[in-house]
Design a protein around this ligand. Structure first.
Ligand code: ZN
Length: 64
């Protein structure tokens, strides 16, 4: 588990979200980083896009 910061927000890492997705999973794969962060739910494969600030606020921890 790593702290949530822009350095650890890297493609291929997994993000543990503060909020649980409607499918019951709170684990997302980071598929794109930058000004917008793309996350894929590992429970249902749904893809969400968050701006960087929102992503940093929504993620609890990162598994590198
Ligand atoms: Zn899901």
């Amino acid at each position: 588990m790593a702290d949530v910061n822009t350095k650890n927000l890297s493609t291929g890492a997994r993000a543990v979200m503060k909020k649980i997705h409607p499918c019951g999973s709170n684990l997302f794969l980071i598929t794109r980083t930058g000004a917008d962060v793309k996350l894929q739910c590992l429970g249902c494969n749904h893809i969400i896009m968050l701006d960087l600030n929102k992503a940093l606020k929504s993620i609890k921890s990162i598994i590198l």
